[in-house]
Every structure is written in structure tokens, then in C-alpha cells.
Design a protein around this ligand. Structure first.
Ligand SMILES: *Cc1c(COP(=O)(O)O)cnc(C)c1O
Length: 243
């Protein structure tokens, strides 16, 4: 066995352990909430981690991969061979500039950070030209009303959701949020659950809730999250290999 194989083997063993621990946390939160674990999708947020980790996760049947930046996602995609790449679903979870949409629509399964009409229109226009299946969209909502941190204000969500739902190239899946820094996660995600319920009055199929990260996934699952985005608990400290 080469040193590289040994290192890869250790890393895989570490990921197996971490994945088990994260799944146990999600399972316990589902049990406590009386929901079935199959209703929660685990998205492995691999930003700032090596592409080898993505291949390892795929071997462990984790196919939902989250990245913050188009550039980094695209670089990793280019490094994966077809066998590793084909089962993956890429989720863009970070703030997205409209000049990235032509790239993003070529590989993304879902964008979780759609927070303004201009971005939604740009994604739909790019998708019309560059892909054959609709792009899944989560509207990112600001829970603290601070637009600098990303997210549409709750008052502006209905118009954004109508726009997304009105475009054949997009599928409105639901809402996404990050709990504000100083907020109590349960209260924040309860607020998001209320926003989701109001959205579903107009868009009954938009029932997904993308909420919960390494530090607050239990609170998110308690409040009905369907998509948890977990980075550091699954992969450890980020090495900043991409800038
Ligand atoms: C980085 C990131 C995550 C994962 O965060 P961890 O705390 O490492 O689990 C989830 N969502 C978004 C939007 C992120 O940028």
C-alpha cells in the first residue's frame, strides 16, 4: 500500500465515523420530532475540502453535495471522473452573482440562495438555453431583516416565489435560511416554518425547507427542515484549499 492509499484509507475511515455521527444526530432529532428520517435530505457541504472527499462521500452513498462558490464547484467537477460524477446532485448554497448563472445551470441540481428577482430571471434565462431539465430553486429568506447577509425580506418573498413558479425552466422547491448569528435557532427555524406554511398556501408543492447546519441541525429538524446542509460536522475543519 502506498502512503497516498494509507492516507486515503484513514480519511475514508474518518468520514465513515463522522457520517455515522451526523446521521445519528439527524435520526435522534427526527425521533424526537416524530418525523421519519427519510423526509430529511443530508447535503454534504464540501466547500474548502478536497475533491477526494466528494469521491469518498459518493462511495458512501452521499450524493447530495453542497458548494458555496461556482468556481470551486466547477473546478471539482472537472477533476472527478464520470463514474464518480454521474450520481452526484450539486447544490449551490452560497450567495450567487448573476454573472455565474451560465456556468451554474450546466451542472447544478438546485440553487438554495435565490434571493432576488434579477437572479431568478437570469437563472431561468440561462437554464432555457443550457439545460434540458428544470433547475430546483429554494428562495433564501432573511430571518433578521438584514439584506446584507443575503435573503429576501419576508414581505418580498411572495413576488419572488411567483416569479420562480411562473418559469418553466425552474421548479420552486421551497425556502432556505441561515439562522441569524445571535438568534436562538429554534425560534429562527420556527419563524421559517411559518413563512413556509404561508408560501404553501399559494404554492402547495413548494414544501421543502432548507435549514440546519452543523451547529443547529437538531433545531432545524424539530421545526420541519427537509434539507440539512452540513459541512464541518461531516468533514472537519476547512483547509481553505480554495480561495
Ligand atoms: C458553509 C455553509 C453550510 C455548512 O456549514 P457548517 O457549519 O460547516 O455545517 C451550510 N449552509 C451554508 C449556506 C453555508 O455557507
Amino acid at each position: 500500500m502506498t502512503d497516498a492509499d494509507a492516507t486515503g484509507g484513514r480519511r475514508q475511515a474518518e468520514l465513515v465515523t463522522r457520517l455515522g455521527a451526523v446521521r445519528a444526530r439527524i435520526g435522534a432529532a427526527c425521533d424526537a420530532a416524530g418525523t421519519d428520517m427519510s423526509t430529511v435530505t443530508l447535503i454534504a457541504v464540501t466547500k474548502n475540502h478536497a475533491v477526494d472527499d466528494i469521491a469518498t462521500l459518493a462511495r458512501l452513498s452521499v450524493f447530495d453535495i453542497g458548494e458555496s462558490k461556482d468556481q470551486e464547484a466547477r473546478a471539482k467537477l472537472a477533476e472527478l471522473d464520470e463514474t464518480a460524477r454521474s450520481p452526484l446532485r450539486w447544490h449551490l448554497v452560497g450567495r450567487l452573482q448573476t454573472n455565474k448563472v451560465n456556468s451554474v445551470v450546466t451542472y447544478a441540481h438546485a440553487v438554495h440562495s435565490v434571493d432576488r428577482p434579477k437572479l431568478a430571471r437570469a437563472l431561468a434565462d440561462a437554464a432555457a438555453e443550457r439545460r434540458s431539465t428544470p433547475l430546483e430553486v429554494f428562495c433564501q429568506v432573511s430571518l433578521d431583516g438584514d439584506p446584507d447577509r443575503g435573503g429576501v425580506l419576508e414581505a418580498d418573498l411572495p413576488a419572488l416565489a411567483d416569479l420562480v413558479a411562473g418559469r418553466d425552466e425552474l421548479v420552486l422547491r421551497g425556502v432556505m435560511a441561515v439562522a441569524p448569528m445571535d438568534a436562538e435557532p429554534d425560534a429562527a427555524f420556527e419563524q421559517l416554518a411559518r413563512i413556509s406554511a404561508r408560501l404553501r398556501r399559494e404554492h402547495p408543492d413548494a414544501d421543502a425547507i432548507s435549514a440546519g447546519m452543523s451547529g443547529d441541525l437538531e433545531a432545524a429538524v424539530r421545526q420541519g427542515s427537509t434539507h440539512v446542509r452540513v459541512g464541518s460536522a461531516l468533514l472537519g475543519r476547512r483547509d481553505q484549499i480554495f480561495s
